[in-house]
Write a protein that binds this ligand. Structure first.
Ligand code: NCD
Ligand code: ZN
Length: 335
């Protein structure tokens, strides 16, 4: 059994910088045609100069692979219209983080009043810049995403022309919100299709599955699977592959993030196949994103086959999801 995917896209990816970038970027560039690159470096990407030089470093790290890093800017309320107009053609989106909610988000937004957000959202809406959001409040950890939905709704209503991506959704509440507003879209990760909180903390604690937003309940996973497997036209694959060195994960204060880039396509093929939904994988990993973002990625054909894939225990000191386990699909060829 084989399938062919055309130009897979990862619409939420952390590539980091320095040696980590050199380790992880080639792993995504090998099988994906492009990815939305998250701006939460230290310091975050907030200037055109920083953005362009980060893009250069990414291109250098991937070598000759045919892969587009779709760049993003870290959301700040003090960007003015002229700045956004000038940088618009260099970015695909601006990523909003609530302050301190996840890795390297300390400089994010701490005031979600519409008055404070309106000027920049108005400008983004007019310039056609997509808004990507890490939608969590600072409430109880299991409730943070559901509590953030009214903020999505407030923005979606006030700026109907602004495309809003609810990043890495994990709850049935977020799935339900998708259909209430025309301008709300979502990315779904690999790990949230596979795991619930039980896999993270129900037995021995599994630090490599710890991420933000935390994996939720079985009924939430079911709702995610339903929209992903049916390739609902408003959802797209965004791995949120977020590598951290082993010593930052296997630590008393474990960093949030699951590293999935090298296993993403085989694991997606496996779970879609098992669900009888393999014919919808192309839409989920490429076509929907192309439609939502209006991009045409470079042509890349990825042949996946139903053969055992022994997942490496680590890649240069970074532990991937399914480390040391075997998946039932593997990448056969990339053309
Ligand atoms: C991400 C990271 O490590 O940069 N971590 C995570 O748990 N997903 C940040 C993010 O997307 O929240
Ligand atoms: Zn992320």
């Amino acid at each position: 059994m084989q399938i062919k995917l055309n130009s897979p896209l990862d619409m939420h990816l952390h590539l980091r910088d320095g040696d980590m970038l050199k380790t992880v970027a080639p792993l995504s560039a090998k099988t994906f045609s492009g990815a939305i690159i998250m701006p939460n470096l230290v310091p975050p990407i907030t200037t055109k100069e920083a953005l362009l030089s980060y893009k250069e470093r990414i291109l250098k790290a991937i070598g000759r692979e045919n892969f587009i890093p779709y760049m993003t800017l870290f959301f700040k309320t003090d960007y003015d219209y002229e700045f956004l107009k000038d940088i618009k053609d260099e970015i695909l989106a601006i990523k909003l983080y609530p302050a301190g909610i996840t890795t390297n988000s300390e400089d994010g937004v701490d005031n979600f009043s519409i008055d404070s957000l309106a000027p920049i959202l108005e400008a983004m809406s007019e310039l056609g810049i997509v808004l990507c959001v890490h939608g969590e409040t600072n409430g109880f950890v299991m409730d943070r995403e559901a509590e953030f939905i009214p903020i999505y709704e407030k923005i979606a209503k006030r700026f109907p022309k602004l495309k809003i991506i609810m990043e890495h959704i994990t709850t049935k509440e977020a799935v339900e919100a998708l259909d209430r507003y025309e301008n709300l879209y979502a990315t779904i990760t690999l790990h949230h299709l596979f795991i619930t909180l039980d896999d993270v903390a129900g037995g021995l604690l599994r630090p490599h599955l710890f991420c933000k937003p935390i994996a939720k309940r079985p009924e939430d996973r079911m709702a995610l699977r339903k929209v992903a497997f049916s390739a609902h036209e408003k959802v797209m694959f965004g791995s949120d592959s977020a590598p951290h060195p082993r010593d930052k994960k296997e630590a008393p204060g474990c960093a949030a993030g699951v590293f999935t880039a090298p296993v993403a396509l085989p694991a997606l093929a496996q779970i879609f196949y098992e669900a009888g939904a393999i014919e919808n994988l192309q839409k989920f990993v490429s076509q929907n994103a192309q439609n939502i973002y209006g991009v045409t990625p470079p042509l890349k054909e990825v042949i996946l086959e139903m053969e055992s894939f022994e997942v490496p225990k680590e890649y240069n000191g970074v532990v991937p999801m399914f480390a040391g386990e075997s998946l039932s699909w593997r990448v056969k060829d990339v053309i």
